[in-house]
Design a protein around this ligand. Structure first.
Ligand SMILES: [Zn+2]
Length: 84
Protein backbone atom coordinates (compact mmCIF):
# COMPACT_ATOMS: atom_id res chain seq x y z
CA UNK A 1 0.00 0.00 0.00
CA UNK A 2 1.11 3.55 -0.46
CA UNK A 3 1.34 6.41 1.95
CA UNK A 4 -1.83 8.49 1.94
CA UNK A 5 0.25 11.62 2.32
CA UNK A 6 3.31 11.33 0.09
CA UNK A 7 2.51 8.27 -2.01
CA UNK A 8 5.67 6.37 -1.04
CA UNK A 9 5.50 2.78 0.07
CA UNK A 10 3.91 2.50 3.49
CA UNK A 11 2.98 -0.22 5.88
CA UNK A 12 -0.71 -0.60 6.61
CA UNK A 13 -1.15 -1.16 10.32
CA UNK A 14 -4.93 -1.13 10.40
CA UNK A 15 -7.60 -0.66 7.85
CA UNK A 16 -11.27 -0.01 8.27
CA UNK A 17 -11.09 -0.26 12.05
CA UNK A 18 -13.57 2.17 13.56
CA UNK A 19 -13.27 4.28 10.42
CA UNK A 20 -9.55 4.90 10.88
CA UNK A 21 -6.90 3.99 8.34
CA UNK A 22 -3.54 3.60 10.09
CA UNK A 23 -0.30 3.63 8.14
CA UNK A 24 3.37 3.97 8.81
CA UNK A 25 5.57 5.68 6.27
CA UNK A 26 9.34 5.96 6.53
CA UNK A 27 9.12 9.59 5.46
CA UNK A 28 5.92 10.79 7.13
CA UNK A 29 5.83 8.65 10.24
CA UNK A 30 2.90 6.84 11.75
CA UNK A 31 -0.57 8.33 11.49
CA UNK A 32 -4.25 7.56 11.22
CA UNK A 33 -6.62 9.10 8.72
CA UNK A 34 -10.39 9.14 9.07
CA UNK A 35 -12.25 7.35 6.30
CA UNK A 36 -14.66 10.27 6.33
CA UNK A 37 -11.82 12.65 5.51
CA UNK A 38 -10.54 10.42 2.70
CA UNK A 39 -14.00 10.13 1.23
CA UNK A 40 -14.39 13.90 1.05
CA UNK A 41 -10.97 14.53 -0.50
CA UNK A 42 -11.76 13.45 -4.02
CA UNK A 43 -8.85 14.43 -6.23
CA UNK A 44 -7.25 16.54 -3.52
CA UNK A 45 -4.09 15.50 -1.76
CA UNK A 46 -2.43 16.18 1.55
CA UNK A 47 0.04 19.02 1.63
CA UNK A 48 3.09 16.85 2.28
CA UNK A 49 5.19 19.40 4.15
CA UNK A 50 2.38 20.71 6.32
CA UNK A 51 1.05 17.25 7.09
CA UNK A 52 4.47 15.89 8.04
CA UNK A 53 4.97 18.84 10.37
CA UNK A 54 1.56 18.20 11.89
CA UNK A 55 2.37 14.52 12.42
CA UNK A 56 5.75 15.35 13.93
CA UNK A 57 4.25 17.83 16.36
CA UNK A 58 1.41 15.49 17.33
CA UNK A 59 3.47 12.33 17.73
CA UNK A 60 5.12 11.22 20.92
CA UNK A 61 2.01 10.43 22.91
CA UNK A 62 2.32 6.70 22.21
CA UNK A 63 -0.64 6.91 19.86
CA UNK A 64 -0.58 7.62 16.16
CA UNK A 65 -1.89 11.14 15.57
CA UNK A 66 -5.34 11.13 14.02
CA UNK A 67 -6.13 13.14 10.92
CA UNK A 68 -9.83 13.77 11.27
CA UNK A 69 -11.98 15.97 9.02
CA UNK A 70 -11.07 18.78 11.43
CA UNK A 71 -7.71 18.86 9.70
CA UNK A 72 -9.02 19.34 6.20
CA UNK A 73 -6.82 22.46 6.16
CA UNK A 74 -3.90 20.10 5.57
CA UNK A 75 -5.49 19.00 2.32
CA UNK A 76 -4.49 20.92 -0.74
CA UNK A 77 -6.41 21.20 -3.96
CA UNK A 78 -3.19 21.33 -5.93
CA UNK A 79 -0.57 18.61 -5.95
CA UNK A 80 2.91 19.81 -5.11
CA UNK A 81 4.44 21.68 -8.00
CA UNK A 82 7.60 19.60 -7.69
CA UNK A 83 5.70 16.32 -7.95
CA UNK A 84 6.71 14.39 -11.01
ZN1 LIG B 1 4.54 9.22 3.45
Amino acid sequence: MSCLICGAGAQVLQTGVADWEERECAQCGRYKVAQTLLSTMGDMVFDVDKTRQWIASNSGTGQAPRLSPLYACLVSAEPDANET
